[in-house]
Design a protein around this ligand. Sequence first.
Ligand SMILES: Nc1ncnc2c1ncn2[C@@H]1O[C@H](COP(=O)(O)OP(=O)(O)OP(=O)(O)O)[C@@H](O)[C@H]1O
Ligand SMILES: [Mg+2]
Length: 244
Amino acid sequence: MLELKSVTKRYSVNSVPAVFDLNLNVNNGEIFGFIGPNGAGKTTTIKMITGLLEPTEGDVIINGYNMKTNPIECKRMFGYVPDNPEIYERLTGAEYLNFMADVYGVSSKDRKERINKYIEMFDIANAVNQSIKSYSRGMRQKLAITGALIHEPKLWILDEPMVGLDPMSAKVLKDEMKNHCNKGNTVFFSTHILEVAEKLCDRVGIINSSELVAVGTVEGLKAKSNNGDSSLEDVFIKIVDSEN
Ligand SMILES: Nc1ncnc2c1ncn2[C@@H]1O[C@H](COP(=O)(O)OP(=O)(O)OP(=O)(O)O)[C@@H](O)[C@H]1O
Ligand SMILES: [Mg+2]
């Protein structure tokens, strides 16, 4: 579903790369967790996947389409929730969701069903007719997630999606991520919550100082580290410590 081929990003010529020579395949039906220290290159990678940033070198392939040559086909395939959603404050929640549905050409029947499902699930039904200006951070996050999923994309790309969510909403989102993948779809998300990554992910990738340094199942990574590591946190700390 998602393929990164030798992707490198330098924010300016001759600068140290923010992401270096990253190769990765994420399969259909997979929840893939992308973890790494602050500044490692997660958001930069995600912005290249979504076409917001152009790689300095390398290619992003989504469902067989190259982001460079077929950006529209690529963008139809995914829903994206950025790390800090800045959504149009002057709109009401409902106006924003209808705007997103218009952008993706979602029929009025489908949009109604999907909007109702998510606003009930996330408990923002009462706020949906209020201006986004009045929303808390968590409410904005839930609205951004709803908007990103409104066209039922096969691939979800979520940059630290649990940040700001209360425990109930985080649970709803995690369950939805599982349901989505159980239907053969794909989720690629970054997180600092290693317990969540450990429980939820089919595979994880660890990025450190711009480079992808480990990829595998949590069990596989634990076995590989060969030190009786009992958690993803142990593996993560050992890998990152040994690199620095
Ligand atoms: N717009 C930018 N211009 C220049 N450098 C940038 C820019 N955005 C990010 N960087 C640099 O790129 C590197 C990777 O940053 P990135 O935001 O991808 O990290 P991250 O893994 O998402 O970190 P965090 O866990 O804090 O979200 C950092 O060194 C950062 O300073
Ligand atoms: Mg980030």
